[in-house]
Design a protein around this ligand. Structure first.
Ligand code: MN
Length: 295
């Protein structure tokens, strides 16, 4: 199955704390790819004791955060009491359920390059009302494909499954290809997106480099990448998400009322999100734009 042509969109430049990111999802006209609702390509950026990228404690609802590094290190702390360093080749997966808080910190006195992705998965109902959890995986499966290889972060691809906990039919993988043509296997019932994090490729004939996202509609069982040299990036996909996603700040919900309630809980420190054992002052946020007029 060849399938329809890829639809390529531009990521927008943004910042998370001091860290420059390319935000490929959500995009204009595209809120989700499967249950994936957020994709930040972070860096590459140099960090040091004097130029830290710390992201101070902040809350989440309704999602899983999927953090994967190509270079550098990041210290995760959360309100469950987790404290976990992440390095290249390792996955940090935080499931927020109905509420969790975390920080992502420069490790100690270290300096170096930070390069990676942070992606969010929207939790389906009823998992989005469930308990928070944190997982760290440092031995994810790698599968060879024509012209390259994939590390399976979430879900299953080419018959190889990640042990990471998921709540919907989806896939997330890092791909690495060499010069020439490579073929990534796809699930025909999934929609997919491909992002390049280093190098450049042609995807089904369309040029793709860092800062862009190629969307592939359901109906494909593979997609061809052509590269002049080595390139790497991420593949995400899943069964099109059939719940209406409303996102504001760090919250993934179904309505403004749910977001207003989460905002109030953070503002009032009412215990919904718990406390993060961090030296950093927690992130404060202004009210959502609809908040005052709808109270
Ligand atoms: Mn976060």
């Amino acid at each position: 199955m060849v399938g329809s042509e890829p639809v390529v969109s531009d990521a927008r430049s943004s910042r998370v704390g001091e860290l420059a990111v390319r935000r490929a999802l959500p995009a204009r006209g595209r809120r989700t790819v499967g249950a994936w609702c957020f994709l930040d390509h972070m860096g590459p950026a140099t960090y040091s004791v004097d130029a830290r990228y710390d992201v101070a404690p902040h809350p989440h609802i309704g999602l899983q955060t999927v953090t994967w590094l190509f270079e550098g290190a990041m210290l995760h702390r959360d309100s469950l009491g987790s404290e976990q360093m992440i390095r290249p080749g390792q996955l940090n997966l935080m499931t927020s359920g109905d509420g969790v808080a975390h920080s992502e910190e420069n490790p100690g006195l270290a300096s170096g390059e930070l390069h990676g992705v942070q992606m969010w998965v929207a939790l389906p109902t009823p998992a989005r009302g469930g308990a928070a959890a944190f997982e760290h995986h440092d031995d994810l499966p790698v599968v060879a494909v024509d012209g390259g290889e994939l590390t399976v972060l979430m879900g299953e691809v080419a018959g190889v499954a990640s042990p990471a906990k998921r709540f919907s039919e989806l896939v997330g993988a890092q791909w690495r290809v060499g010069a020439g043509e490579s073929v990534l296997p796809l699930a025909p019932t999934f929609e997919h997106a491909v992002v390049v994090t280093s190098g450049a490729v042609e995807i089904a004939g369309a040029p793709l480099a860092p800062g862009r996202l190629a969307y592939l509609a359901p109906g494909r069982d593979e997609v061809a990448l052509r590269a002049r040299g080595s390139a790497t990036g991420v593949l995400i996909g899943g069964v099109p998400f059939d719940e209406t996603v409303v996102m504001w700040w760090n919250f993934v919900a179904r309505s403004r009322d749910e977001i207003s309630a989460a905002y109030e809980a953070w503002l009032k420190r009412d215990g919904r999100f718990g406390d993060v054992a961090s030296d950093l002052a927690r992130v404060e946020v202004v009210a959502p734009p609809w908040y005052e007029r709808e109270r």
